[in-house]
Ligand binder design. Structure first.
Ligand code: ZN
Length: 120
């Protein structure tokens, strides 16, 4: 196996992320603690967190957002624009993501060309 810079850190983030998801229903405060660790580790080692993971962390209270456990996901329409509303039930903070089917809303990291190499 090839050595990858920051691999240990990625493993740590992955582990904490999973832990946070597990505990969020029973103990949101603990989930916030784990998510804070994830963000701090990433910041310290100057790593980018995948947008999929980032979107699941509440921007305000940093709680893990799991549908029906700690968040409400709804499809809303405003001014003919469709968007997905993701509301944190812990602190009430709401995030909106555009959901226009005619446009590509994926960020660069989610597109196939962003993947340089898959490490196993
Ligand atoms: Zn929140």
């Amino acid at each position: 196996m090839r050595k990858v810079q920051g691999n240990d850190t990625f493993q740590r983030i992955n582990f904490l992320y999973q832990l946070s998801k597990e505990v969020v229903e029973k103990n949101p405060a603990l989930s916030v603690y784990y998510d804070n660790l994830v963000i701090n580790i990433a910041k310290k080692s100057v790593l980018k967190i995948h947008p999929d993971i980032k979107r699941q962390i509440c921007k305000k209270c940093r709680c893990m957002l799991v549908d029906k456990k700690s968040s409400e996901i709804k499809l809303k329409t405003k001014n003919k624009l469709k968007f997905i509303s993701l509301k944190c039930t812990v602190c009430g903070y709401e995030r909106r993501f555009p959901a226009d089917k005619n446009k590509d809303h994926r960020v660069w990291l989610e597109k196939p060309e962003a993947v340089v190499e898959i490490i196993t």
